[in-house]
Design a protein around this ligand. Structure first.
Ligand code: ADP
Length: 174
């Protein structure tokens, strides 16, 4: 049986009304393309102002900002690893992104949160591998005592959705 606390949902993450959404940002936190661009456009220019004051985010770490014009109260900004063939600690760094986002959510007493598929767009991380890491880290985290009660993995394309659903089915069998 799938963990009812983790739901895979094909949607635009900027429209999610969970308390927090995660942004697959870059280390500068000053905006970019893909989901990062969509979040900055939807949240409005105050987000960039706040991000300027943070001074960046090393790969694998996470920082929290307000959600501004988004339905979400908070945005947890994380910088995923760029895929460079798998020999540069990419898997561990991606796992750290999920862990650090969830730790920050817990610190802010957040009960529900939406993640995009971190690093699998412009950063080129193979989505099959990334989906396994995402499910493993989220599952491990919510098994422990935590404020986080519901996690959405928000995919954008139907092929990505298929990969995450297959990974979840596979995960449930092991
Ligand atoms: P990264 O640089 O971490 O690879 P990208 O933004 O390029 O980040 O891609 C991460 C994932 O976010 C991709 O699967 C992409 O399709 C997806 N994505 C892009 N826009 C949105 C959106 N508005 N809502 C949810 N996911 C999105």
């Amino acid at each position: 049986m799938s963990d009812p606390l983790i739901k895979i949902l094909q949607a635009d993450i900027t429209l999610q009304n969970t308390e927090a959404i995660v942004n697959a940002a870059n280390c500068s936190l000053l905006g970019g393309g893909g989901v990062d661009g969509a979040i900055h456009r939807a949240a409005g220019p105050e987000l960039l102002e706040e991000c300027r004051g943070i001074g960046g985010c090393p790969t694998g770490e996470a920082r929290i900002t307000k959600g501004y014009r988004l339905p979400a109260k908070y945005i947890i900004q994380t910088a995923g690893p760029v895929w460079r063939g798998g020999e540069r600690d990419e898997c561990r760094l991606l796992a750290q992104c999920y862990q650090n986002c969830l730790r920050l959510a817990e610190k802010y007493n957040i009960e529900n949160i939406s993640f995009p598929s971190i690093s699998t767009g412009a950063y080129g991380f193979p989505i099959q591998k990334a989906s396994k890491i995402a499910l493993e880290e989220i599952t491990n985290f919510i098994k422990s005592q935590t404020t986080v009660k519901q996690v959405f993995i928000v995919t954008f394309s139907s092929s990505d959705t298929g990969v995450y659903i297959a990974a979840q089915e596979d995960f449930d069998q092991h």
